[in-house]
Design a protein around this ligand. Structure first.
Ligand code: DLZ
Length: 209
């Protein structure tokens, strides 16, 4: 019987043309590592190329909205500056001259791997794990981060996948990262859903109708 909860059977989307940015917090590392792993597996399964996935980390979940914003902005700048470098390449016709020009692109369009994209990210995934403690810390951070990420995707016009687990116990986290039980393989890794959501939104973003 199909599961009652969850996004249903994953639809298949071709992620081979996408560039995805992942920002993850480092608090609660065991859970983060498993969730990141699940996310990356889903992206790979959808055909997103390794070289088109950029992963950055921040100390805690509170830093996620700022970091997502910076990473996305940097990809927009990189995209426009490599456009300039590319145009210069056409004019100069020499890759070695481009290195000396140093126009701010991280790599010249003539020397980079041809499957590596310098386009702005098609979707971003923010991953964090908040575990409720004895103070109000959890409530403030989960609310601030949720609103921050929602604001970013609406104002930035880019999908920001909500990979923030807001847990009442460590055990809940183990199940949601798919590493519960004696065999460390019980539960469902939510990272898989986040990777799939990023691909679906990234593809749909290129044309809704
Ligand atoms: C301080 C803190 C605490 C107590 N708990 C968590 C947590 O469960 N998950 C998480 O991602 N981060 C936690 N942090 C760190 C904050 O998110 C943040 O990094 C610091 O307050 C510095 O801004």
């Amino acid at each position: 019987m199909a599961a009652l909860k969850g996004p249903g059977a994953p639809k298949s989307y071709d992620g081979s043309g996408l560039r995805i940015g992942i920002i993850h917090a480092r608090w609660n590392t065991t859970l983060i590592d498993a969730l990141l792993d699940g996310t990356k597996k889903a992206l790979a399964q959808a055909g997103v190329k390794d070289e088109n996935i950029v992963i950055q980390s921040v100390p805690g979940s509170y830093e996620l909205p700022y970091a997502v914003k910076q990473l996305y902005s940097a990809s927009q700048v990189q995209s426009s500056s490599t456009g300039v470098v590319g145009a210069a390449a056409d004019l100069l016709g020499s890759a070695s001259d481009l290195t000396q020009l140093n126009l701010g692109g991280t790599s010249s369009s003539t020397s980079k791997d041809s499957s590596q994209s310098t386009a702005p990210f098609d979707a971003l995934i923010a991953i964090g794990v908040l575990i409720k403690g004895e103070t109000m810390h959890f409530e403030y951070i989960s609310e601030a981060v949720s609103h921050g990420l929602m604001r970013l995707q609406l104002e930035g016009n880019v999908p920001v996948i909500f990979g923030l687990l807001t847990l009442l116990s460590e055990e809940q986290g183990l199940y949601r990262a798919g590493i519960a039980g004696a065999g460390k393989n019980e539960g469902h890794n939510h990272g898989t859903d986040w990777g799939n959501a990023a691909v679906e939104l990234g593809v749909k973003r290129k044309g809704w109708v």
